[in-house]
Design a protein around this ligand. Structure first.
Ligand code: PBG
Length: 338
C-alpha cells in the first residue's frame, strides 16, 4: 500500500463518508420493477385462509385476489405468479384437472387479465397440485417406486401450458424439471399461434428442503408423504449441472431462466448471469420467507432492513428479478423511502 508519512493514500472510507457519495457509487439498486409476487389461489367466493408456516400469506379466492392484484399494480410490481390450491376431489394419478380449460387456473388468469390487462400474469406449469401422489409428473400405475415418467409427463405439461396461454397467461413457467419440457411447451404454444406467450423456465431448480411451507400452502405435503423429488430436481451440491440445464432451456426456447431457491444459491445466479447474459430470475422461496419472518416475529431482525438487504443481494448476484412473498411489502417500503 502506498503511504504518505505512514498514512494510507487510498482511503476507501472517503467515498463512504457522506450519503451523496455513497449513492453515487452504489452499484446495485432494488426497485419495484424487480419484483414478482407469488400468490396462492383458492376456489370459491370471498374466501381467504392463512398459511401457518407463512405468516401474512393467504390463500385467496379469485375475487379476493383482484384486490391483491390491484395493490400490486398500484405499487408498480410488474407481475404475479399464480399457484393453485386444488380440491382433493379433483386430484388424480393422471392430473387431468391440470388442463381443464374451466379449471381454477384458467379462470383466475382470465379474470385477472380482464380486470388488469397491464399486470403480467405468470402461471406455474407442473403437475404437483393436481396429482394424487403430489409429484410434479406422472407415475406408471404398476411402479411401486413411483418413478416420475419423463416423456409421458411432457404431453400433459404441454396441454396444461396451452390451457393457461389460451386463458390469457402472459408467461408460462415450467417448474417441473422434466427433460425437454421447454421445447415441448414452445411447440405446443406455437402450434396454437401463441408465439408471444413467454416461457420462464425454472431451469436450475434444486431438490431443496426450503419448499416445505409452500407445500403446506398448496396442501400438497400430505400427498407427497415420505416421497421426494430427487429423481428430477437438482442435487444441492451441483453447480456446473445448473449451467447445462440453463443452456438446454435456452436452446429449447426459454425467454427467461430461473434459479431456485434463492439466498442459499446466489453463487448459481452469478454463474448463470456471467455465462449466458440472459434475463435471469431467482426465487426467494417459502422456507426463506418463513425463516426471515420467524426471526422478525421474535424481534431478532428488523423486517424492512433485512428483507430489503436480502433482495438487494439478489440484484448484486446478477438477478434481473426476484420472485418473493415480500414483493408487495418491499414495493411499499421502497416507495416510502423515496
Ligand atoms: C412445484 C413448485 C414448488 C415451488 C414452486 N413450484 C415446490 C416443489 O417443487 O415441491 C416452491 C416455491 C416455494 O417454496 O416458495 N412445482
Amino acid at each position: 500500500m502506498t503511504t504518505t508519512g505512514g498514512f494510507p493514500v487510498t482511503r476507501m472510507r472517503r467515498m463512504r463518508r457522506d450519503d451523496f457519495s455513497r449513492r453515487l457509487m452504489r452499484e446495485s439498486v432494488l426497485t419495484p420493477d424487480d419484483l414478482i409476487y407469488p400468490v396462492f389461489v383458492l376456489d370459491g367466493h370471498d374466501r381467504t385462509e392463512t398459511v401457518a408456516s407463512m405468516p401474512g400469506v393467504e390463500r385467496q379466492s379469485i375475487d379476493r385476489l383482484l384486490k391483491t392484484a390491484e395493490r400490486a399494480l398500484t405499487l408498480g410490481v410488474p407481475a404475479l405468479a399464480l399457484f393453485p390450491v386444488i380440491d382433493k376431489a379433483l386430484k388424480s394419478p393422471g392430473a387431468e384437472e391440470a388442463w381443464n380449460p374451466d379449471g381454477l387456473m384458467p379462470r383466475a388468469v382470465a379474470r385477472l387479465k380482464k380486470e388488469f390487462p397491464e399486470l403480467g400474469i405468470i402461471t406455474d406449469v407442473a403437475l404437483d397440485p393436481y396429482t394424487s401422489h403430489g409429484q410434479d409428473g406422472l407415475i406408471a400405475a404398476d411402479d411401486p417406486k413411483g418413478y416420475v415418467l419423463n416423456d409421458e409427463t411432457l404431453e400433459v405439461l404441454a396441454k396444461q401450458a396451452l390451457a393457461h396461454a389460451r386463458a390469457g397467461a402472459d408467461v408460462v413457467a415450467p417448474s417441473d424439471m422434466m427433460d425437454g419440457r421447454i421445447a415441448r411447451v414452445r411447440a405446443e404454444l406455437d402450434g396454437d399461434g401463441r408465439i408471444y406467450t413467454r416461457i420462464m423456465a425454472y431451469s436450475a431448480k434444486y431438490a431443496s428442503s426450503f419448499y416445505g411451507p409452500f407445500r403446506d400452502a398448496l396442501c400438497t405435503a400430505g400427498n407427497l408423504g415420505k416421497g421426494n423429488k430427487y429423481t428430477y430436481q437438482m442435487d444441492p451440491g451441483n453447480s456446473n449441472e445448473a449451467l447445462r440445464e440453463v443452456a438446454l432451456d435456452l436452446e429449447e426456447g426459454a425467454d427467461m431462466v430461473m434459479v431456485k431457491p434463492g439466498m442459499p444459491y446466489l453463487d448459481i445466479v452469478r454463474r448463470v448471469k456471467d455465462e449466458f447474459k440472459v434475463p435471469t430470475y431467482a426465487y426467494q422461496v417459502s422456507g426463506e420467507f418463513a425463516m426471515l419472518k420467524a426471526a422478525v416475529q421474535n424481534g431478532w431482525l428488523d423486517e424492512k432492513a433485512c428483507v430489503l438487504e436480502s433482495l438487494l443481494g439478489f440484484k448484486r448476484a446478477g438477478a434481473d428479478g426476484i420472485l418473493t412473498y415480500f414483493a408487495l411489502d418491499a414495493a411499499e417500503w421502497l416507495k416510502k423511502g423515496k
